[in-house]
Design a protein around this ligand. Structure first.
Ligand SMILES: Nc1ncnc2c1ncn2[C@@H]1O[C@H](COP(=O)(O)OP(=O)(O)OP(=O)(O)O)[C@@H](O)[C@H]1O
Ligand SMILES: [Mg+2]
Length: 255
């Protein structure tokens, strides 16, 4: 089981990258695959052709709130982690043909973190064990790191935007991840689609973090996102998909 997390500033192409990475993993038989939408805006599902509401699925935050707050913990005898785990399996997890998906959602209850956090951690550990790859799509920025959706991660991708602030973001992200105690094996920098060319080598080497290449800007992909199309149907010769396939291939040691 390997967890890949994508992060970066707002709008650098994180969610699109995750969707195209999912396409690569599915098409290369790197399954079972779990997609986790950790962005309160929840657009990963849409980009991979899933409508959680129509599928009758709830976010983890909704399930936590229903299980621990609204029901007041009256399910006597069943440990909290098992309670939430059962509900995630039944009511949270979207199970598709080529991947599963759940959404973390927004409704965190202030001041009531301890029990759900510990319970959630155990429940998620048990659920995620079934998968070969887990892709987590994060919201822009760094605040989400405090929620520690995952504390043991194989690979982190920081998708850079084309501004000098993105370099500062990468440095900060790397530092904050260490500070909040998220363990990871590898931290890579990826050039977002907004760069005209690969970022300046001297700025990259000043970061001191490995650079995997750039995601190609691709009007076809932009159009598909705009029209709410499933990015798993992106044509194989799409420039964006080919660039993402190259990046994922490197990470998987296939190229
Ligand atoms: N490779 C690409 N080529 C062209 N346009 C792209 C590409 N990747 C993303 N975009 C466009 O950029 C916009 C933002 O993409 P995306 O939602 O993936 O970014 P994000 O980093 O996840 O944003 P947020 O921080 O809001 O979650 C989308 O409208 C999408 O069409
Ligand atoms: Mg996003």
């Amino acid at each position: 089981m390997k967890t890949f997390v994508t992060m970066g500033r707002g709008g650098t192409g994180k969610t699109t990258f995750v969707a195209l990475m999912a396409k690569y993993l599915v098409e290369h038989g790197e399954t079972p695959l779990l997609l986790v939408d950790a962005d309160p805006d929840q657009n990963l599902a849409e980009l991979v052709g899933v409508d959680l509401e129509t599928a009758g699925k709830k976010t983890i935050a909704e399930l936590l709130s229903e299980t621990f707050i609204q029901q007041g913990g009256t399910m006597v005898g069943i440990p909290p982690s098992r309670r939430i785990e059962n509900r995630i399996w039944q009511e949270g997890l979207y199970e598709g043909e080529s991947f599963d998906l759940f959404s973390v959602g927004t409704k965190w209850v202030e001041g009531c973190y301890c029990l759900p956090d510990a319970a959630l951690k155990n429940a998620l550990a048990s659920i995620t064990r079934q998968y070969r790859y887990i892709l987590i799509d994060s919201p822009g920025g760094l605040e989400h790191l405090n929620r520690k959706i995952a504390s043991d991660v194989d690979t982190i991708f920081d998708i850079m935007g084309p501004s000098s602030k993105s370099f500062a973001h990468v440095k900060r992200a790397h530092r904050v991840i260490n500070e909040v105690g998220i363990r990871f094996n590898r931290f890579f920098v990826v050039g977002g689609y907004g760069f005209d060319a690969d970022p300046d080598p001297s700025s990259l080497s000043a970061l001191g973090l490995p650079y995997l290449g750039k995601i190609a800007a691709d009007p076809e992909v932009a159009r598909m996102v705009l029209q709410g199309k499933n990015l798993l149907d992106t044509p194989a010769d799409s420039a964006a998909y080919r660039s993402v396939a190259g990046i994922v291939g490197k990470v998987l040691g296939k190229e």
